[in-house]
Design a protein around this ligand. Sequence first.
Ligand SMILES: NC(=O)c1ccc[n+]([C@@H]2O[C@H](COP(=O)([O-])OP(=O)(O)OC[C@H]3O[C@@H](n4cnc5c(N)ncnc54)[C@H](O)[C@@H]3O)[C@@H](O)[C@H]2O)c1
Length: 462
Amino acid sequence: MLRGISPHSAVEMHAHRQSGHGTQSTSATVNQGRKFGTWTCFFMLLELVESQREGIGQRRSAAFFRAVADGIPMPRVAWQLYFRAARLLRFGTATVSLMFALQRLSRARMSLPTKLDRKAVTVLITGAGGQIGYSLIFAIARGELLGKDQPVNLHLAEVEAAMPKLRAVVMELEDCACPLLHKVVATCDDVDAFAGVDVALLVGARPRTPDMERKDLLAVNARIFERAGALLDSVASKDVKVVVVGNPANTNALIAAEHAPSIPKENFTALTRLDQNRATGAIAKRLGVSPADVKGAIIWGNHSTTQFPDVSSATVDGKPVPEAVGDEGWLRGAFTSLVQNRGKEVIEARGGAGSAASAAHAIIEHTRDWLLGSDGATVSMGVYTSAAVGGSYGIPPGLVFSLPLRTYRGGRYEVVEGLPVSEYARSRLAVTQTELLEERSKALTTTPESGAGGGGAGVEVA
Ligand SMILES: NC(=O)c1ccc[n+]([C@@H]2O[C@H](COP(=O)([O-])OP(=O)(O)OC[C@H]3O[C@@H](n4cnc5c(N)ncnc54)[C@H](O)[C@@H]3O)[C@@H](O)[C@H]2O)c1
């Protein structure tokens, strides 16, 4: 991938852990502690006066008050004695006990490790200087990927020629002073980039140029993702979770998985969430509802024009989408074509640039749902197929195929089984499956020199 490039161009930066919300929340807790301390002193004095007057437990009270004043934590047995005594004694003592307990609680809160003390998760973004990177990096730095209480290290990888652009992104990142950002490594050395990563977002890929045929794109990117697989295998965390975005995403994910034998195949996924979001958005627009009301749109197969966007099991406000739309012709025709060709449409509208903000948004949703769980919602991801994954729908093993899934915290997922598959759906699945089989046979045998093989039926979509 970035082979042969000097390792000395890495830019490292340590982010500002004391800035922003972390400092604000700590000072709020300290103020609260002071307030409790003031009240405790007031009741201590009250109690001292009362106990002097009544002559009850003067010596013991005085010892406890000193303990409070000095902030000495008392042994458990002393607490038990004290509360027993407080029950036998008067209101004043009980109040002191209560305030004392509250003060201890607030002290305990102050000494709890702040959330920023959690171990940082290391996230790699390849192609970080590109368009998607420019949206994705800042969303991750804001905590949108793994939560607002999870610190992250960012490893940003680029080819050497794009390093000046990446350095500019790092400058902007520094200027954000994001409290969750522990460390940023911006590099064109691929070993540094992949070292120890927990999450790998493989965005960087060679774009298709006008002189290139699809088979050439497959061949060039096959080399990039072979190298990525080998690096993941040798220097990344053994539990690394991989999201392949660079096109052709499904087959690139397959290649990376095949070149990382020590990492479980289920840790490799391809992004089809953008297609799912496009399908959801198109249905919501047609019905004039919020996208939040549309649930269960599925993408089957390849992230290409052969993909099958399926809303036959989806609902809108609990009603089946086909019933709500009431136009099967539109669903099979214009709707399907819109989702399949949306990437191309965006490229044309943006004068050659691909979907970037929507892709970054989809990467965040894909990864967050995968790692933190989808709360029972059905989500689509390209996943490595086997008898247990996709077999019940007749999908052959050893492909990266987009399927309906439920995901669970920690990265586990299972296929949503038992969905009805009509004859029409079966024919759509066959088309996208054939394309993926063709891509696999070409990508796993083609070398950049030979450029062997012809193009698949579909066209990759951005
Ligand atoms: N799966 C999806 O849903 C989806 C959606 C949108 C885009 N994409 C794909 O994502 C990829 C990136 O899109 P973009 O708009 O950011 O493109 P871009 O051209 O703006 O950026 C790609 C970056 O990758 C870098 N790069 C190229 N080869 C690299 C390598 N070997 N290692 C590291 N970096 C490398 C380039 O220098 C460039 O900066 C494209 O392949 C695009 O087709 C996929």
